[in-house]
Design a protein around this ligand. Structure first.
Ligand code: NI
Length: 148
């Protein structure tokens, strides 16, 4: 495993739309392992592949109850609403209030290509939405409703 560099705001890679993962190979496993290590080192609760310069639909989330690896994630359903403070490892030292669903169900593939669904509420729902936005070139500041 290796720590990868986290790109920051202003790098155009953060504004691109990521491509789907088609090959569930050793290279994907390496990317996921590196992303997890990089997220933990940076003390984040999520990290998306474009943040390490890779334009693929891959992200990792860990809000404190174990890592979830999401490959080709899609939000299948959402419920309710929450407003809360959000930050991003690519925008260090900044935060703002963002409105998100209170609960989301995500359909994704694991590193072997098996499809699964996972439901998250509160912080986990927020993290899923934030990381999936990254795969579409969207940053939380685009959705911020006010300063925190
Ligand atoms: Ni982020």
């Amino acid at each position: 495993m290796a720590i990868r560099n986290i790109v920051t705001e202003g790098d155009s890679v953060l504004r691109k739309t990521c491509r789907s993962v088609l090959n569930f190979d050793e290279r994907l496993a390496q990317l996921l392992d590196d992303m997890k290590e990089t997220m933990y080192k940076a003390e984040g609760v999520g990290l998306a592949a474009p943040q390490v310069g890779i334009l693929r639909r891959v992200c990792v989330v860990d809000v404190g109850d174990g890592v979830i690896e999401l490959v080709n994630p899609v939000i299948e359903s959402e419920e309710g609403m929450q407003e809360g403070s959000e930050g991003c490892l690519s925008l260090p030292g900044k935060s703002a209030i963002v409105r998100r669903p209170m609960k989301v169900t995500v359909r994704a593939q694991d590193r072997n290509g098996n499809t699964f669904t996972v439901t998250g509420e509160e912080l986990k729902a927020r993290a899923f939405c934030h990381e999936i936005d990254h795969l579409n070139g969207i940053l939380y500041v685009d959705k911020a409703i006010r300063k925190d």
